[in-house]
Design a protein around this ligand. Structure first.
Ligand SMILES: NC(=O)c1ccc[n+]([C@@H]2O[C@H](COP(=O)([O-])OP(=O)(O)OC[C@H]3O[C@@H](n4cnc5c(N)ncnc54)[C@H](O)[C@@H]3O)[C@@H](O)[C@H]2O)c1
Length: 221
């Protein structure tokens, strides 16, 4: 059994992760950490193999450091924090961390398709749409998509467009423009369950990854 502590357990994502971990036959939920529940992450780390973090941009890095220092592998879904600082810290750590700006398989496939299209149609714009309580903009998914498209030779126009509205969950479009034509890719997470297979896969794999810090769900597929 993999012993899991969920950080941000009272939040939208954290609550869904708790349910998914409890339903997984090979995992045990050993702690739900969240200031809103009166439980500090440090309290849950002693009995855990893996910590899953869906918190806030200003707390994710400190949480990840606490996990790695305690020898607990970290799976991080929080977006909008300093990834380079985490990489630097993880290099000196015994435990591993895995970070994905998007755990939904459809969003990862969109990124792959976007890279492929960018080789032939480089000019593009990204529109990301999220619920109105999201703290960071542009989204971690949009920043990662832009990074991958640029690495494939595409020209992502600035700025990335961010829409925040009630009713939305997590959505992204990449619109490519060429001579006399456009091509649009769109992914919609209409429910937070879309992220759970990716989160559980990361929990199962994080301890065996060859690098101390791995970024992107595509690395596990
Ligand atoms: N990677 C992905 O696939 C993915 C998908 C959706 C959302 N996200 C990201 O996940 C994060 C959380 O999103 P959400 O909608 O669940 O937010 P939310 O506001 O519903 O939940 C965040 C929770 O974190 C808790 N928290 C704050 N400080 C904490 C600390 N020090 N220790 C433990 N818990 C703490 C808050 O009390 C809150 O309950 C955001 O950064 C969001 O962008 C990532």
């Amino acid at each position: 059994m993999i012993k899991v502590v969920v950080s941000g357990a009272a939040g939208r994502m954290g609550g869904t992760v708790c349910e998914a971990v409890e339903a997984a036959e090979d995992m045990e939920l050993v702690a739900k950490a969240d200031p809103a529940l009166g439980v500090e992450l440090a309290e849950g780390l002693s009995g855990a193999d893996v910590a899953v973090d869906f918190t806030t941009p200003d707390t994710a890095l400190a949480n990840a450091r606490a996990c790695l220092e305690a020898g607990v592998h970290a799976v991080i879904g929080t977006t909008g924090f300093d990834l380079d600082a985490l990489r630097e810290f993880a290099e000196r750590s015994e435990a591993n961390c895995f970070v994905a700006p998007n755990f939904a398989i459809g969003a990862v496939l969109l990124m792959e398709a976007a890279q492929s299209i960018a080789r032939q149609m480089p000019e593009c714009e990204i529109v990301e749409l999220h619920h109105d309580r999201k703290l960071d903009a542009p989204s971690g998914t949009a920043k990662r998509t832009a990074e991958l498209i640029r690495a494939a030779g595409g020209n992502v126009h600035e700025p990335i467009h961010s829409l925040r509205l009630p009713g939305l969950v997590a959505h992204q479009e990449v619109v490519f423009g060429g001579e006399g034509q456009t091509l649009t890719l769109r992914h919609d997470s209409i429910d937070r369950s879309s992220f759970m297979p990716g989160v559980l896969l990361a929990v199962r794999r994080v301890g065996d990854l060859p690098d101390s810090c791995t970024v992107g769900l595509e690395k596990l597929l």
